[in-house]
Design a protein around this ligand. Structure first.
Ligand SMILES: NC(=O)c1ccc[n+]([C@@H]2O[C@H](COP(=O)([O-])OP(=O)(O)OC[C@H]3O[C@@H](n4cnc5c(N)ncnc54)[C@H](O)[C@@H]3O)[C@@H](O)[C@H]2O)c1
Length: 257
């Protein structure tokens, strides 16, 4: 345990089934927090208590009814989050001029609309209960720069930073800090799929992209989900009490702006 202040605090994590979200959820479980994991991959539409410190529920963050239902369940169970870590997201790849409009719409729906719906419903639950706390959104270094064959994703994550900064101003007086994390290249199922898709688009092998990825990182290696979870933990902890509206790079030095 790193932060005794987080023991028994209620932490709501989206995208918790795998990858970065799973690492974030496990990090808070190790802190002794009460963790509510929400993900499209969980089948149960009602909140299920797995242990005293772990709950799970299905959510489709792009679907307003689904997010509202989760907020209602949390309210009815008296589980008002002290910490909201919204990690769920998707990526699609193609050169902008070749890309499908349906892929663009899907990416914006999950990443941007999803962040808006989570903010609107879960942060509102915190506000209605006068619950101070920490909100952490998952952007990307693609939310600060353009990326080859990732126009929809980059646009969706730039928008996440707009939501972060605006919400930060709006709820600052209620003692809710809102920050975003901007990961670089993190080894997850999403990244492995992107290497395959990127290789196909560019006429390369996934291994070529992996070598290219590693060569681009000043700290000499791509990231692990835990590298991101550590920064989420910091943003949920009292050590970040004087930070709000920030977009923190976790990129091994790849992005410095
Ligand atoms: N992996 C990277 O290199 C990287 C870099 C920058 C940012 N990110 C961001 O980090 C977050 C997590 O990425 P990851 O690499 O762990 O991806 P991942 O694909 O391994 O995991 C994503 C999780 O989100 C869930 N999810 C997807 N759509 C959902 C929906 N509509 N509603 C609820 N849950 C949904 C999935 O079921 C999955 O459990 C994403 O927001 C992603 O954009 C990842």
């Amino acid at each position: 345990m790193t932060f005794p202040e987080l023991q028994d605090k209620i932490v709501f994590v989206t995208g918790a089934h795998q990858g970065i979200g799973e690492a974030v959820a496990n990090t808070f479980i190790n802190e002794g927090s009460i963790v509510i994991e929400a993900d499209l991959a969980f089948e149960n539409k009602d909140l299920v208590k797995v242990t005293d410190h772990l709950y799970q529920i299905h959510v489709d963050v792009a679907n307003e009814e689904s997010v509202q239902r989760v907020a209602t369940d949390l309210h009815e169970a008296g589980l008002i989050p002290n910490v909201l870590a919204h990690v769920a997201g998707i990526s699609t790849m193609d050169y902008l001029v070749d890309s499908k409009t349906s892929d663009f719409d899907k990416t914006i729906a999950v990443n941007t609309r999803g962040t808006y719906l989570i903010a609107k419903n879960i942060v509102n639950l915190m506000l209605m209960n006068n619950q101070p706390g920490k909100v952490i959104f998952m952007a990307s270094q693609a939310g600060k720069n353009g990326y080859r064959a990732m126009a929809a994703y980059s646009a969706s994550k730039h928008a996440v930073l707009g939501l972060t900064k605006t919400l930060a101003i709006e709820v600052a007086g209620k003692h809710i800090n809102v920050n975003a994390v901007c990961p670089g290249i993190i080894e997850t199922a999403m990244k492995h799929r992107e290497r395959k898709d990127g290789a196909k688009i560019r006429g390369l092998e996934p291994d070529d992209i992996e070598k290219e990825d590693n060569s681009q990182v000043p700290l000499g290696r791509t990231g692990r989900p835990q590298d991101v979870a550590n920064v989420v933990l910091f943003l949920a902890s009292p050590l970040s009490d004087y930070m709000t509206g920030q977009a923190i790079n976790v990129t091994g030095g790849m992005t410095m702006n």
